[in-house]
Ligand binder design. Structure first.
Ligand SMILES: [Zn+2]
Length: 275
């Protein structure tokens, strides 16, 4: 069942709302109850209680198990129900797969340190897994996104597992062999990043490792924003062939890496990457 097809067949007779309702905020659009946002610019589909879990699955599980903030952002783009924010937070916090890979899924961070400002491209790299994607013909179900802080250039590598060597292989072949070892490698506390194998590898190349708290959420937001863009770009491309996402990944990355970046103000990170 695709991400979009689940929701739009629901007519107003399926919708139940509790408590006082300001009807001026609601419309029937194409037999679907929609809620008009305050600025009147966009309407979002009102999701009945029976469909909320499926909606959460579509906006969290099916798009790579993003954290609560990103999942809520996905939801808010299209849907609304009372207490959606609270339900989203509770759902992500209790997600079994997120817990298995020890991902930081909530937005509760401790004391923050200032993120160092890179002086050259590929000096500071953030990495993150996007997990539980539809299995491809090549057996891939995850991807590792690695992003350069200076240029926001993104490299994403599909993998069949979350084993530590998938991280070190991707780092070695896609970054070290091309640009040299970065000074700093940031990630969450996922087991692939904290494994002895990964720690030894980083030590061997003189790379300082940081596994989240000190440098988040700023560091996290860089890689999570990249993840969100990768997933949304792929979603547009894969359409009826979700099992081919790994084949279409290079196309999505080219589009991402040649699009103007708000943060760097450069129109082409490919260019900034080599100057
Ligand atoms: Zn999850």
């Amino acid at each position: 069942m695709t991400f979009v097809s689940i929701f739009f067949a629901y007519s107003e007779k399926n919708i139940q709302t509790k408590g006082p309702v300001n009807h001026s905020n609601y419309n029937i659009d194409n037999n679907t109850l929609v809620r008009v946002k305050d600025n009147n610019s966009k309407s979002v589909v009102v999701i009945p209680k029976a469909m909320r879990e499926k909606t959460l699955i579509a906006c969290h599980d099916d798009v790579g198990h993003m954290d609560a903030k990103k999942t809520l952002h996905n939801l808010q783009l299209r849907y609304w129900w009372p207490n959606m924010r609270k339900d989203c937070k509770a759902y992500v916090r209790s997600c079994h797969k997120c817990q298995i890979v020890n991902r930081r899924t909530a937005n509760a961070y401790g004391l923050l340190q200032q993120l160092p400002i890179p002086s050259t491209p590929w000096e500071i790299v953030s990495a993150d897994h996007i997990i539980c994607l539809p299995e491809t013909r090549n057996g891939n179900t995850n991807m590792l996104a690695q992003i350069d802080h200076a240029t926001r250039y993104v490299i994403a590598t599909p993998s069949a597992s979350l084993a530590a060597h998938t991280v070190t292989d991707a780092l070695y072949h896609n970054i070290i062999l091309r640009y040299g070892p970065p000074n700093m490698y940031l990630s969450d506390g996922g087991t692939a990043f904290t494994a002895r194998h990964t720690q030894r590898f980083l030590q061997k190349y003189g790379i300082t490792q940081s596994t989240t708290p000190p440098y988040s959420p700023q560091a996290n937001s860089i890689v999570e924003r990249a993840n969100g863009i990768i997933v949304s770009s792929l979603k547009k491309m894969i359409d009826k062939n979700p099992n081919k996402w790994d084949e279409l990944l290079p196309n999505a990355l080219l589009a991402i890496n040649t699009t103007k970046q708000n943060s760097t103000k450069k129109s082409n990170p490919l260019f900034t990457s080599w100057i």
